[in-house]
Design a protein around this ligand. Structure first.
Ligand code: ADP
Ligand code: ZN
Ligand code: ZN
Length: 717
């Protein structure tokens, strides 16, 4: 009998074409089956979404094309996975085809069944060989009382858990033990552990491997992040999909991994903005993780203990698949959910070993020598640390040597010709580089406008601080009499493969006394000999127009401070120095007492008054165009034509405005804010609005529109 499966293929987000296309097949194809189908002149990867025994209305049987190949060596993607991508596509206003196909490794398309069978066999064999009986000694330390209590509460949790644990309280150990428990409960169980950034994966991966490989074999942990090569991504995906990998450790894209045995999801540093994708489907991997756990749990409950899983997989009290969100400074969304009882809060306020959190030292820059980049008392404190053989971290959120180069004699500045931004001066290779579009040129010998030879850097970046510190600390001596060693770590020094690991290793082994870097050094790393952390330019965030800036600054400073005094032997002396022109700012009062709950309460009260998230819901309509007028015309046109739409009265549409950096790579950018009192109302309106947006692309005054996108639950407005 002829079948007419509808198949999902990759379609651009706003093509207006449904992602589901009908094909012809001589055999029945189960939903979730991967296939190759002709599309125009190409052959593309597709996913069977539904099987039909009659051709769809309007499709003449002779026009239908045949499914070209079926990847039947692979189990179909299960119903929960399909529900997840379907939900993500709908919620984030993208096409199903875009979301579903982006979630698969692209090289899957090039595999035939023979290759596939060979690969899967090899992976299964590797897993079997590796699975030696527990040979290595288990290195797990006995859990602290707080860890034990958190794990006990988690075992019975019927809701998402928010692990609110101070930096160094041993959250990772809780993840490891929860993982161990999930794996032990069911031989097919799988665990997904997410971290915000690639540079945090090596250390965590090492800890998970050390813990689980001795007992479960070499293939038990796989990584998934955007830094992997296509063959590596394919191998990891297949290992997860086939179940040979039991633990997947990855960045936000891992939330879409096919994990048929998923029983636990961990989202570490859940407040981190990196979990929100900034292009394509602008999904929040944290929010999807919570949704995914719910889907998995519902499916397990519906299936009952007999179907698909063994009874052992349903531990008493705990429903199916758990999700743990961990942070020392949770997002206000998650904190609010815990306050309301929607999430279960597990608190671990104490550091392992009883160490104290670093003492906050505010440096009032109003009382420092004019033009000083580093206040003298801070320098003195650093010298003391160096003399004792301890390490310092210096944080500055700006890489390069100086953010602007300017002429003394005329108005010339290192403006990027393609963006409304300055090109950054990089001294090492004497270039001017635009951090927005990448445009790079040699530093001119003289002013391009007036020929003046005096062109000078304005402001400071990490490269300059590194240089200055080397000079300022020239007299500092280590306990062995050697000079202080200053190093820098940022996106520029870690570009080459392996360089990040090498730099971290140098710091761990004590080859560096002072490390200068961007926020990359503030996150997650378990450094042992750091007793002083300094933040040089926190002020910008205090008065930023973005209402989330204080939340982000508080998290960054807590997290950076968390790098200090992790070894209890040093903890009594560890300090967090913050240079500021506004020491009286209330944020610092909460920071001084490490009082996140107080800070969160104050911020949530402000948000409630203003109807801001989590007390209100937002979406942005963004437009890129050749001219700012065209971008705004599209947005304002879309707003006007929303009149009369169903649910229009449930939302507020604000006038279009240019983005802070309004032009990037010769494209003008603008956005329009949509607000609603409830998530459901916002969703209903956005769905109704979608056809209007498509129609407005052809408005005469929007000529020159390049693209538009909807950002649901945006992080920066
Ligand atoms: P967090 O992720 O909360 O910042 P970690 O999980 O990295 O903290 O733990 C901090 C340090 O304490 C790590 O070096 C870890 O090995 C150690 N640690 C964690 N739990 C224990 C424990 N129960 N006993 C001894 N050491 C522990
Ligand atoms: Zn000039
Ligand atoms: Zn540029």
């Amino acid at each position: 009998m002829t079948h007419w499966p509808s198949i999902v293929v990759a379609t651009p987000a706003h093509s207006g074409v449904g992602a589901l296309l009908s094909y012809r097949s001589e055999s029945a194809l189960a939903p979730g089956t991967l296939v190759r189908v002709p599309l125009g002149a190409r052959e593309v990867l597709g996913i069977v979404w539904a099987d039909e025994t009659a051709p769809p209305e309007g499709l003449a049987p002779e026009q239908a094309r045949d499914v070209a190949a079926v990847l039947d060596g692979l189990a179909p993607l299960n119903g929960r996975w399909r529900q997840l991508v379907q939900f993500a596509a709908r919620y984030y206003q993208r096409s199903l085809g875009e979301v579903a196909l982006a979630a698969l490794p692209p090289t899957l398309r090039d595999l035939d069944n023979t290759q596939l069978a060979r690969r899967l066999k090899r992976q299964a064999k590797a897993a079997a060989i590796g699975a030696a009986p527990a040979s290595a000694a288990d290195t797990a330390p006995p859990p602290s009382d707080e860890q034990a209590a958190a794990l006990a509460a988690l075992a019975g949790a019927d809701r998402p858990a928010l692990l609110f644990g101070a930096t160094g309280s041993g959250k990772t150990e809780v993840y490891l033990r929860a993982t161990e428990r999930a794996l032990a409960a069911d031989p097919a169980a799988q665990v997904l552990v997410m971290v915000p950034e690639i540079n945090l994966t090596p250390q965590l991966e090492a800890r998970f491997r050390a813990r689980f490989e001795p007992r479960h074999g070499e293939g038990v942990v796989v990584a998934m992040h955007s830094g992997m090569t296509p063959p590596q991504r394919l191998a990891a995906w297949l290992a997860a999909h086939s179940g040979s990998a039991r633990i997947v450790l990855g960045t936000r894209l891992a939330v879409f991994a096919s994990l048929p045995g998923l029983r636990l999801i961990v989202v570490d540093e859940e407040h981190d903005p990196s979990y929100k994708s900034q292009d394509g489907a602008r999904y929040s991997a944290r929010d999807l993780a919570v949704y995914r756990a719910k889907l998995e749990s519902e499916a397990l409950a519906a299936a009952g203990p007999d179907a698909e899983t063994s009874p052992a997989s349903a531990p008493a009290g705990a429903a199916g698949c758990q999700v743990v969100l961990g942070s020392a400074t949770p997002s206000l969304e998650s904190w609010h959910a815990a306050e309301q009882g929607r999430y279960l809060r597990l608190a671990m306020p104490a550091r392992i070993g009883g160490g104290a959190l670093p003492r906050l030292r505010l440096v009032d820059m109003n009382h420092q020598p004019k033009g000083a980049t580093l206040a003298p008392p801070l320098l003195a404190a650093m010298q003391e640390r160096i003399a004792r053989g301890e390490q310092c971290l210096v944080l500055l959120n700006r890489r390069g040597y100086a953010p602007v180069l300017a002429c003394d004699a005329c108005a010339w500045k290192s403006q990027c010709p393609h963006c409304s931004a300055f090109r950054v001066f990089h001294k090492l290779d004497r270039t001017l580089r635009c951090h927005h579009c990448g445009f790079t040129s040699r530093v001119p010998r003289a002013c391009p406008d007036c020929g003046n030879l005096d062109i000078a850097p304005i402001g400071r970046g990490t490269e300059q601080i590194e240089e200055q510190l080397a000079g300022l600390l020239v007299d500092a001596r280590r306990p062995d009499g050697g000079p202080a060693r200053v190093a820098r770590m940022d996106a520029d020094t870690t570009r080459l493969k392996g360089s990040l690991e090498a730099q971290l290793a140098a710091l761990h082994s004590g080859e560096v006394d002072v490390l200068v870097g961007t926020q990359m050094i503030a996150k997650g790393h378990d450094f042992r000999r750091i007793t002083l952390v300094a933040s040089l330019n926190a002020d910008a965030a205090l008065f930023a127009s973005d209402y989330r800036a204080p939340e982000r600054l508080f998290a960054l400073l807590m997290q950076a401070g968390g790098r200090a005094g992790r070894d209890a032997r040093h903890s009594g002396v560890s300090e967090m120095w913050v240079q500021t022109w506004h020491p009286e700012h209330p944020l610092f009062a909460a920071l001084k007492t490490h009082d996140y709950p107080a800070f969160a309460a104050e911020q949530l009260a402000e948000r409630e008054m203003a109807g801001m998230p989590p007390h209100g819901y937002q979406a942005l309509l963004r437009a890129d165009a050749r001219t700012q007028a065209a971008a705004q015309a599209f947005l304002n046109g879309a707003a006007q034509q929303a009149a009369g739409l169903p649910h229009r009265d449930d939302v507020t549409l604000y006038p279009a405005v240019p983005l802070t950096i309004q032009r990037v790579a010769n494209v003008e950018r603008a956005q329009l804010l949509v607000e609603a009192a409830s998530r459901a109302a916002l969703q209903r309106f956005l769905s109704a609005w979608q056809p209007v947006l498509l129609a407005c692309r052809t408005l005469p005054e929007a000529r020159g529109l390049v693209r538009f996108a909807v950002d649901v639950d945006p992080l920066a407005i």
